[in-house]
Write a protein that binds this ligand. Sequence first.
Ligand SMILES: Cc1cc2nc3c(=O)[nH]c(=O)nc-3n(C[C@H](O)[C@H](O)[C@H](O)COP(=O)(O)O)c2cc1C
Length: 461
Amino acid sequence: MIMKIAVLNGSPKGEVSVTMQYVHFLQLRFPEAEFEFFDVALKIKKLEKDDKAFGEVIAGVAAADAVLWAFPLYFLVVCSQYKRFIELIFEKNAVPAFRGKPAASLSTSINFFDYTAHNYINAVCDDLQMNFFGSYSAEMNDLLKTKERQRLKAFGELFMKAIKDKTPAIRNNRPLVAPEVIFEAGQITPVETEGKKVLIVADDLAENSNLQKMVERLRQTFSPAAELVQLKDIDIKGGCLGCIQCGFDNVCVYEGKDGFIDFFNSKIKTADILFLAGAIHDRYLSSLWKCFFDRSFFNGHTPFLKDKQIGFVISGPFGQIHNLREIFEASMAIQQAGLNGFVSDDIGTSAEIDTALQSMATRAVAQSKLGYIPPPTFYQVAGNKLFRDAIWSRLRPVFQADHRYYKKHGMYNFPQKNYKWRMINSILVGLTKIPKVRKEFIKRMKKEMIKPCANALKRTE
Ligand SMILES: Cc1cc2nc3c(=O)[nH]c(=O)nc-3n(C[C@H](O)[C@H](O)[C@H](O)COP(=O)(O)O)c2cc1C
């Protein structure tokens, strides 16, 4: 019997997608399987409005022996259109079509936080009670390499076998438990903003919800009160199309066609302190929040939130979704912004949430006044190197605006440009081949390591 695989295409570019070429590769290698393609990201507006069209996709999933989630990486996760499709599965009660079905995920990307996207899809599959086999993250040029084609073929073989054998999944995510606390604001200690511009951007502010009360509490904490903008009030015509025309001069194809870019440039870029507020939908915030991040891509791979203080206000089981915390921590680190914390309504009692909001407000202003940004951790150090190498080489023809920025801001900090160390290395490495010198080198190593610090300690600035 022919094995049917439903491919849920998560590229907003539909068939003209790099990711789909990887699926076609599998299709050619496994003629015994029938691949049916559903361009769910491209057609999201239709699927949202037209129940018949949505029903056809779900019928395709129900009739398939397995599901392949195939998508490009968008801002550490999947694109907002794909995210919306996932929300629709739950909203339109389509979960039974997915339940028990074998599933795998396949992405293409430049390997920047690819695993967080796969963690997300894995968790969604677990929530749908699918039989999640595993994930495959291809670098977008992998298909050109023999070894990588062999690797992808092996993954395909293993997946096909798991489908045939009905291999049970190793479940990685427990079901989420929503917090039960009802938040009531406590006594506010006003925090003077001292000229700092404070902006709260929010989605999901349902009347009298925890999120709405938390946001209002935070807003009123500042003196003068912070400005509040709701994402639903911004004229956003659609999600990022992945056309990357913005790469040349940071001009988005939506420019002049909707209000997002104006909002971003006039409100987000001018704020000193920014709070992002939203409610958990599946394993992320809303797809509208995802759209906000995707659409900010018109700024390319530059740190457009650099030096801002950022905090998060979240309603829902945030503490159980470590992947989401990592996504936001990494996003802010790569932006060179100061993260002031996450306050969610699952951190404790109403009083504890209240105290946390007060602390976050106080910290944001204190850090902003000092211009304090934490030192870079692995996320920023590694992320910058990845972008640096990609923009310097094969991404440069498309991302020319990034190239100009990286050049101007000294971000092409390749180690081979460090001539002093190149010279020291060539001498020292040679010398340590002599047994006597090596012995002396080892003897002195600890002391020599702290010598530069000892000199720095003498400085007064
Ligand atoms: C808005 C946007 C966001 C992206 N975010 C990421 C990312 O977070 N990590 C990454 O490695 N690649 C990222 N990429 C690169 C794409 O994932 C990559 O080019 C992919 O191969 C495109 O596949 P597609 O042609 O199937 O849409 C992003 C691209 C766009 C347009």
